[in-house]
Ligand binder design. Structure first.
Ligand code: ATP
Ligand code: MG
Length: 256
């Protein structure tokens, strides 16, 4: 096992058995993400992407194989505030203001929220929500809510950041803006990032490596290196090299 990796999965399998149905959600999945790297996971619905995240967060346990997060077990990493996570539906507490939603992981970990107030304010402004600190989630747009979720994921200054389709609900224009924002935020924080996405463009724009998965059983079939220099500008989206890579990944997704 590679203990020095930011994220290391080695031979991870997970089968769900229930109500006459057995699903091999993951079969022998291995993935090693260097510290500070950005990896995207892409694959069809049901191929085990969220399962990888849930196992890496210690929300569920693998049947076989090992997972190390910054050299720790997933449970220890989560309890120690090593990991931050943002899910697809933002999952904000509707009765909490933006400021108090962002502070939530600190409360859960029993940290001093007052002492972290400056860093909370800085995060809120980093995701472009300065002035909305006292707003409730119901008063924000979908994109703004997702930015709150990203600020919340970052509030513990996690070494490892998990993002499960954080921009799933956004239109194409806002999604592009958020991709550029996320690149900037990730570069500023220096965290090891693992992003689940259905967007090939988004994966290639953001990631150092794209891990392509297939379903039935869920597995990683290929990891594609993305060589573009950083910071990447929006012009990349229209470059021929970019399209060559998205086409290649599309082919792998379709088993070609
Ligand atoms: N708690 C569970 N109990 C039973 N089956 C589960 C459970 N969690 C996931 N599965 C099954 O495992 C498989 C993988 O699910 P997972 O949520 O990881 O897919 P995914 O790749 O994230 O898909 P999507 O892109 O739709 O979010 C699916 O077939 C799903 O039905
Ligand atoms: Mg999922």
């Amino acid at each position: 096992m590679n203990d020095t990796a930011g994220i290391a999965l080695t031979g991870v399998s997970k089968t769900f058995v229930g109500r006459g149905r057995t699903v091999e959600a993951l079969k022998d999945a291995s993935l090693s993400c260097p510290p500070g790297s950005f990896t995207a996971l892409i694959g069809p619905s049901g191929c085990g992407k969220s399962t990888i995240l849930r196992l890496a967060l210690g929300l569920d346990s693998a049947d076989t194989g090992t997972i190390a997060i910054d050299g720790l077990t997933p449970e220890k990493a989560t309890k120690g505030g090593v990991t931050g996570v943002a899910f697809q539906d933002a999952a904000l507490m509707p009765w909490r203001t933006v400021r108090r939603n962002v502070a939530l992981p600190l409360e859960v970990l029993g940290r001093d929220v007052k002492a972290a107030q400056d860093s909370i304010e800085a995060l809120i402004s980093m995701v472009g929500l300065g002035g909305y600190e006292e707003s409730l989630p119901g008063e924000l747009s979908g994109g703004m809510r997702q930015r709150v979720a990203i600020a919340r994921a970052l509030v513990t200054h996690p070494k490892v950041l998990f993002l499960d389709e954080p921009f799933g609900a956004l239109d194409q224009i806002l999604r592009r803006q958020m991709n550029i924002e996320l690149q900037r935020i990730w570069r500023e924080t220096g965290s090891t990032a693992l992003l689940v996405t259905h967007g090939i463009d988004e994966a290639v724009f953001l990631a150092d490596r794209v891990a392509v998965m297939h379903a039935g059983p869920g597995r990683i079939v290929e990891v594609v290196d993305i060589p573009f220099e950083r910071p990447r500008s929006p012009d990349l989206f229209t470059s021929p090299d970019f399209h060559a890579l998205t086409d290649r990944i599309e082919g792998i997704l379709h088993g070609k």
